[in-house]
Design a protein around this ligand. Structure first.
Ligand SMILES: Cc1cc2nc3c(=O)[nH]c(=O)nc-3n(C[C@H](O)[C@H](O)[C@H](O)COP(=O)(O)OP(=O)(O)OC[C@H]3O[C@@H](n4cnc5c(N)ncnc54)[C@H](O)[C@@H]3O)c2cc1C
Length: 388
């Protein structure tokens, strides 16, 4: 299925493409802190030129684009290969702030987040609360106009480069589950915060563990009512699953074409089974684009992605694993050479992708949890039994 774009959409595409071609920041610098500065200045430039936040309100630095232009925007961003936004705030916390924050909080948090002046990380998971998030135990005790927060968070992506943490804390009694959770913004530079990077399968440290020891947080940093954080969280989690759906689909359209080129170059297309797997991947990337469009049109129509975002999430995460499995099979023995090996094909990108995507069916809710959501909330099947 192909879509046609209006003349206005095409004019927008031409203008955006010209902007990206003339202003794209080129190759990243070597050091980690130089790279972060480089990424941040790119996003500040986008906001300052009104080319950031395609779905965000204009008042907070966004573009508030209609559906078709959001699709065009993501296609052009993927084509230009410009750096992604640092941290996870824009896609996950911002929708919750826009919906449940006060005007003062929207003013304080949103624009600096979009410009990447302030980088945000997500602190939801805990050692004993991942899939079962309502079991979380980090406590926030009210003391006048502040909370005293203690506990531990884990798997927080990019928290080592972040300034702020959007997090969930227990403000109700122990065991109060969803009814005793608040949504709190914590300054990671506060006394009592320790962030420790965790090494992952790729050799990098994409995520961290965070220790909170009597951290003082102003009550003004709470989004939504006290003990009413679960409603806010559902907005965040829905957007996390829908996050970047369009952007990911546009990016993978390019990657699949590159995979097809790799197969041709390595002489793998003579093999019938490989051709069959390539055809499956080609079909899947087209389905991914349609799913992404459905998710974004749901957000525009209903204000929320809804449980259908679990379909996109499950589909995309298994897709990216399958794609990289095929890539390393095509590479054969060369597939074992990592990014640091000078003989690695395309600087080891396929092998790195293979390792990185092992985590895709865990992050943002595991594949099993997405299947539960699809079964219960979309298909109306009986709810899973609650233990105890
Ligand atoms: C790359 C990556 C990035 C992440 N980034 C962040 C982040 O920025 N911030 C953050 O807060 N968290 C983050 N996470 C954590 C992620 O949300 C959790 O890992 C995830 O929710 C699973 O929780 P868990 O690891 O505690 O596993 P568990 O919940 O202990 O699950 C263990 C296994 O049991 C299965 N299982 C559990 N419950 C059920 C059930 N009811 N039905 C069927 N099967 C079930 C699971 O599917 C899984 O296979 C990230 C994780 C990854 C991998």
């Amino acid at each position: 299925m192909e879509f046609t774009w209006s003349d206005d959409d095409e004019r927008f595409r031409v203008e955006l493409r010209a902007f990206l071609e003339s202003r794209a920041p080129g190759k990243p610098p070597k050091g980690a802190s130089e790279r972060l500065t480089w990424v941040k200045s790119w996003h500040a430039l986008l906001v300052d030129n009104a080319y950031a936040g395609p779905s965000w309100p204009v008042a907070y630095g966004g573009m508030d684009l209609p559906f078709s232009r959001q699709v065009v925007y993501q296609q052009e961003i993927a084509r230009a290969r410009v750096p992604a936004h640092p941290g996870t705030g824009v896609q996950i916390a911002a929708p919750a702030i826009i919906k449940y924050g006060t005007d003062e909080q929207r003013r304080r948090f949103l624009r600096p987040m979009l410009r990447a002046d302030v980088v945000w990380a997500q602190g939801f998971s805990e050692p004993e609360a991942g899939s079962d998030l309502p079991a979380l135990r980090t406590t926030a005790v009210r003391d006048g106009d502040r909370y005293i927060v203690s506990g531990q968070k884990v798997w927080s992506s990019s928290a080592d480069i972040a300034d702020m943490l959007f997090t969930l804390v227990r403000t109700g009694p122990a065991g109060s589950r969803q009814a005793g959770i608040s949504y709190l913004m914590i300054d990671l530079r506060s006394a009592g915060v320790t962030v420790r990077p965790l090494r992952d399968l790729t050799g990098g440290s994409g995520f961290t563990e965070i220790f909170l020891d009597q951290v003082v947080v102003p009550v003004d940093n709470r989004i939504g009512g006290e003990n009413e954080g679960w409603t806010v969280t559902r907005t965040s989690l829905g957007h996390e699953r829908a996050a970047g759906a369009l952007n990911q689909a546009a990016m993978y359209r390019r990657v699949v074409t590159e995979l097809q080129a790799l197969a041709t170059l390595r002489g793998a297309t003579g093999d019938a089974l490989t051709r069959q797997r390539l055809a499956r991947i080609e079909c899947a990337v087209r389905i991914m684009t349609l799913n992404a469009m459905r998710t974004v049109s749901d957000i525009i129509r209903l204000g929320e992605p809804g449980p259908a975002s679990s379909v996109s999430r499950l589909f995309n995460s298994t897709f990216e694993q399958e794609l990289h499995e095929l890539a390393v099979d095509i590479l054969g023995m060369s597939g074992v050479l990592g990014r640091s090996d000078p003989d690695a094909v395309e600087h080891g990108r396929w092998t790195w992708g293979f390792l990185r995507t092992r985590a895709s069916t865990i992050g943002a809710g595991t594949a099993e949890i997405q299947r539960n959501t699809i079964a219960e909330r979309l298909l109306g099947l009986p709810a899973e039994p609650v233990a105890g």
